[in-house]
Write a protein that binds this ligand. Structure first.
Ligand code: 6R9
Length: 641
């Protein structure tokens, strides 16, 4: 008798949540073995988990063999072959949208995989993608996974220098790009940016270019090929490479408090199980849902909840090329009505930017199809939460505020729609498998409710990062060494009187601008490349729309700034440097040219003071007596922007 395939477990009640949570923490191997059972495995695991939180060596489903794309695509073909897998909504509403069924997506992925093969890409090779939000990006990511190549998507807003840093760190052999991209009213010649980046990348031997805007581009002889030419007569099937559970699936670069962005590495089986389990349960997905995550595939949210989670679950996922305010502030709502979106997942910064527009922009759409709303990327303030709940969800859709990180692979703390409590400004309860703790500065656990501390995770979960690419010591130092025995998140949190978690924000030198992470050191290093600059210090400050804005204090060479006109010129030049080093997304909101920075006698910049000044809280600067030169503080306050 053939075995009846097990069903993916779904939590349906608060009792069910408590039961699953208890089992997942006390008997993780039993719990995750049953969650993992329904997937397609070429070979089952020998051991569900092994974990050493001290060294940061964590493995899941060791010994298992699989290919994630067989789970995203092949296994749905029999029952969902004609179901829509992907809906592409273009930047310009007048351009036609595109729909791909599971069968069509499978075929396109196989074709792209064959093109990669024909261009010499092999299992384990790193492939960087710098592409618009078009179906070929989704297809290309899955094509890499199909043949066991490690994908590393670079958000197509980063500069040539930032691309080069990532390509060189990953030692990528192939880069996938397009002729150009649309983003709102802007167009970006992405191929030209890649060309500039690759001037300093010797590992790359092939660039595959997807035609999107029909723009003429330079094609480097012997290096660059057009995708459509390569794909003209490749087979429509491609066997999936058999991967080990712990083989890396992708690298995604993310900023931390020190140094250059690091390549967070996720592996195959654990990530798959985590993305699928969290997607189904948090959003309480049903077979006929049309699901829309507005994140770009260049960020982790686009990986886990635009591509892998929804496709693993056999859902219909919408991919949007544009921005919330183009051609007007009603675009999101128009797209929801047009495609009958039932689950909508976006970022607080988008909500805040739309709140600022006249209410008619949202009230003129029905939004009847919506069932669940989600938020991700930064704390959602109560005002934005209520606006979202009232005007978008019409007070009938639960809002899930999902806290997680690039490093966690998937959602960690969040309400499950309609099941666990959804309270404004609270991410809520931890998902099954997640054991959060609050720590004191000395690393001891804070017990009980109504408490605040550093947020850390005490037990391994399937989606935990495996390493930072090429440098495990960096992963250990960053995440596992600060509080031995725990994964340290870098966030501060409060556990309220009911045990619900409220995320307060970063406690390290990371700034969260519109849900995008930047290290203060990373921006300072960029600023310091400017020839006028001697030294700089960057802090975050509260910003109405972006959540946090970037405030840069800059010391220039003597004589560089005489007149006001010089200042204007230097500020523009500093912005240019940052745009070249990192990208437009890291442009400071305010630059203040100063003659000195508040430093301790040992030379350490006192960011606490700079933060207070940027926040406009100059009456509560605290003790400044340990400063080398307390007078600089008065000068900084007087010149505040
Ligand atoms: C998924 C993602 C991670 C950082 C994280 C935290 C902040 C994300 C949040 C949130 C409050 C939420 N963050 N979700 N803060 N509430 N629901 O955004 O990953 O880009 O790596 O950023 O974002 O500070 O540490 P990533």
């Amino acid at each position: 008798m053939p075995e009846t395939p097990a069903k993916h477990p779904r939590i349906r009640s608060i009792e069910g949540y408590h039961e699953a949570y208890h089992l997942s923490i006390h008997h993780p191997e039993e719990f995750w073995a049953s969650v993992a059972a329904p997937f397609t495995w070429r070979r089952k695991w020998d051991k569900v988990m092994s974990s050493d939180m001290a060294s940061g060596h964590n493995t899941w489903f060791e010994g298992a063999r699989l290919n994630i794309t067989e789970n995203c695509l092949d296994r749905h073909l029999a029952s969902r072959g004609n179901k829509l897998a992907l809906i592409y909504e273009p930047n310009d509403p007048k351009t036609r949208h595109l729909r791909l069924t599971y069968r069509e997506l499978h075929q396109e992925v196989c074709k792209f995989a064959n093109v990669l093969h024909n261009n010499g890409v092999e299992k384990g090779d790193r492939v960087c993608l710098y592409m618009p939000m078009i179906p070929q990006l989704a297809i290309a990511v899955l094509a890499c996974a199909r043949i066991g190549a490690v994908h590393s998507v670079i958000f197509a807003g980063f500069s040539a220098t930032a691309i080069a840093d990532r390509v060189n760190d990953a030692q990528a052999t192939v880069v996938l790009t397009a002729d150009g991209l649309n983003r709102g009213a802007k167009q970006i010649p992405v191929k030209r940016v890649v060309d500039e980046a690759l001037e300093t990348c010797s590992s790359v031997r092939r660039v595959i270019v997807v035609e999107h805007l029909g723009w003429p581009v330079h094609m480097e002889e012997g290096r660059d090929v057009w995708y459509h030419e390569e794909a003209a007569d490749v087979p429509k099937t491609c066997p999936a490479e058999e991967m080990d559970a712990e083989d890396p699936l992708f690298i995604l670069y993310t900023s931390g408090s020190t140094g250059k962005p690091k390549g967070v590495v996720h592996s195959t089986a654990g990530y798959m199980v985590w993305a699928d389990y969290t997607f189904r349960n948090v959003f309480q997905v049903e077979e006929n849902d049309v699901y829309w995550c507005t994140a770009d595939v260049g960020w982790v949210t686009g990986h886990s909840y635009l591509l892998y989670g929804p496709l693993l679950a056999g859902s219909t996922s919408l991919m949007f090329e544009g921005i919330p305010t183009y051609p007007d502030a009603g675009r999101f709502w128009e797209v929801i009505d047009k495609h009958s979106v039932s689950i909508f997942y976006t970022a607080p910064t988008a909500i805040r930017s739309l709140m600022a527009a006249p209410l008619d922009n949202v009230l003129s759409y029905s939004l009847d199809s919506l069932r669940v709303l989600g938020s991700v990327g930064e704390p959602i303030n109560e005002e934005a939460w209520y606006w979202y709940y009232q005007h978008v969800g019409k007070e009938r859709c639960p809002v899930v505020d999902t806290w997680w990180q690039t490093e966690t692979g998937g959602i960690m703390i969040s309400a499950m729609a309609g099941i666990t409590p959804s309270v404004p400004a609270r991410a809520g309860l931890p998902l099954p498998g997640v054991l959060p703790v609050l720590l004191n500065q000395d690393g001891s656990e804070i017990e009980g409710n109504d408490q605040e501390g550093y947020l850390a995770i005490k037990q391994s979960w399937p989606g935990i990062l495996r390493t930072t690419y090429g440098d495990h010591e960096r992963a250990r130092q960053t995440y596992f060494a600060p509080y031995p025995g725990y994964y340290f998140t870098g966030d501060g949190a409060r556990r309220d009187e009911n045990g619900l978690y409220r995320i307060i924000g970063r406690v390290d030198d990371v700034i969260n601008v519109s849900g995008h992470r930047f290290g203060t050191a990373e921006i300072e290093n960029a600023i310091n490349q400017n020839p006028h600059v001697v030294e700089s210090a960057v802090v975050g400050y509260p910003h109405d729309v972006k959540g946090q804005g970037i405030y840069a204090y800059v010391i220039c060479h003597e004589g560089a700034v005489g007149k006001e006109a010089d200042k204007v010129h230097i500020e523009a030049s500093i912005i240019e440097t940052i745009v070249a080093e990192i990208g437009k997304i890291a442009k400071p909101d305010k630059i203040q040219i100063v003659t000195g920075l508040p430093k301790t006698r040992s030379g350490k910049i006192m960011r606490r003071i700079l933060r207070k000044v940027a926040e406009g809280e100059t009456s509560s600067l605290g003790d400044t007596s340990t400063l080398l030169d307390p007078a600089v503080v008065d000068e900084i306050i007087a010149g505040k922007k």
